[in-house]
Design a binder for this molecule. Structure first.
Ligand SMILES: [Zn+2]
Length: 392
């Protein structure tokens, strides 16, 4: 048999084999399915035998600096508060998981904020803290700069402990006149940043998003499934600024307002810890939280561990906990917290960063960084206490 005949015969065998395999449908017995398996049906089970530590409670009482117990509905000038998670449910999970305090970042402003404060910290002293948010619907008004600073003063008097700036600023907020995106470092916000500094209210600021959200949703995109589940999270094309531009604008703001403390949410840019380190080195008023980014930190556990060592006084614990189940990495409940604790407290390897059958942010798994107690105490509570002006 010459080479060509042999190859021909092999191809025929392979075809016959393939037909046979195709004829056997996938049953519980587990014969092979079509070679063109749709990605959504691919749920491989790891065969790796690894140590599994179940961390039911945090080793020390903690502050979850980044939660969304409430939110405000619509974009009206008089926001209406809604509860995404009921306070009673919060308390039950908090008691089980050793969570001393939850910071509800999205308390809105005006009457919505007062309602959130009344139903959370006033009803349960010590267990909840509420942040206010900028009044975006007024942002194009000529008197906005002063009005916003006054609203921050009012919010502080009402009991708000900080300000949450959603990624709205930079990616969604537009001028009412010409529909152009408003820049993060626009001077109209200067009185707000300054007032926050004067009142010692930290700014929890979410800017930009994962780098993959700025790329085409194609087969090279590592968050393809996530972007297909949430197509509105894509900032590819159109008139969106780049991630780099957004980061630069935020750095300008931090530099311009050195007395104001900023907590850059989601590790500022978790995929590039080198860049985040540079930013932290150059901006002493910058801090970060780890909310919804243990997927990123845990897939670079050695770099992450060094990062926590070096910036142990500037990293705060947060989760982005929310009601609903559309984003498993944020779904408030025991399972989510146990994964955070396992990541921070153990050196377990190759585990899921979210309680979901398929990793929701990208198809990879994480390893723990086993923080020593001194750092763990700071990350769990000390750093947040200092930023929030709480007695330790
Ligand atoms: Zn959030």
């Amino acid at each position: 048999m010459n080479r060509r005949d042999w190859i021909g015969l092999c191809s025929a065998w392979m075809l016959a084999g393939r037909k046979k395999i195709s004829a056997q449908t996938t049953g519980a017995g587990g014969a092979q399915s079509s070679p063109d398996l749709p990605l959504r049906e691919y749920v491989p089970k790891s065969m790796l035998q690894v140590h599994e530590t179940h961390v039911a409670r945090a080793r020390f009482p903690l502050i979850d600096f980044h939660t969304h117990i409430t939110g405000v509905r619509g974009n009206s000038r008089e926001p209406v508060l809604r509860f995404g998670i009921e306070p009673e449910k919060c308390l039950a999970v908090m008691n089980r998981k050793n969570i001393k305090t939850m910071v509800d970042l999205t308390g809105g402003y005006g009457s919505a904020l007062r309602e959130a404060i009344q139903k959370l910290p006033e009803a349960h002293p010590g267990r909840f803290i509420v942040f206010t948010e900028p009044a975006w619907p007024f942002a194009s008004d000529p008197d906005y700069a002063k009005r916003q600073a006054d609203l921050i003063q009012d919010a502080h008097k009402a009991g708000a402990k900080g300000i949450k700036v959603l990624k709205t600023l930079g990616l969604f907020l537009r001028e009412t006149s010409n529909h152009k995106l408003v820049r993060l470092d626009d001077p109209r916000f200067d009185p707000m940043w300054e007032t926050a500094g004067a009142l010692k209210m930290p700014i929890a600021i979410h800017t930009s998003d994962p780098l993959a959200f700025f790329l085409p949703i194609d087969r090279y995109n590592e968050r393809w499934e996530e972007l297909h589940a949430h197509p509105d999270w894509s900032f590819y094309g159109k008139d969106f600024p780049s991630n780099k531009e957004l980061q630069e604008e935020r750095l300008t703001v931090m530099k311009r307002h050195p007395r104001t403390q900023f907590v850059c949410l989601h590790v500022a840019e978790a995929e590039d810890l080198g860049f985040v380190s540079q930013c932290l080195d150059q901006h002493p008023n910058m801090n970060v939280d780890i909310a919804a980014r243990i997927g990123e930190l845990g897939r670079q556990p050695r770099a992450a561990r060094k990062f926590f060592d070096k910036y142990q006084d500037r990293v705060v614990f947060g989760t982005d906990a929310s009601g609903g189940t559309a984003t498993p990495q944020q779904t408030f409940g025991d399972a989510m917290y146990e994964i955070y604790y396992r990541f921070l407290e153990t050196e377990d390897e190759y585990f899921d960063y979210a309680p979901a059958p398929v990793p929701p942010q990208g198809r990879w798994r994480i390893s723990g960084i086993g923080l020593p107690e001194t750092i763990l105490r700071k990350v769990y509570q000390g750093n947040a206490s200092r930023l929030l002006g709480l007695s330790a």
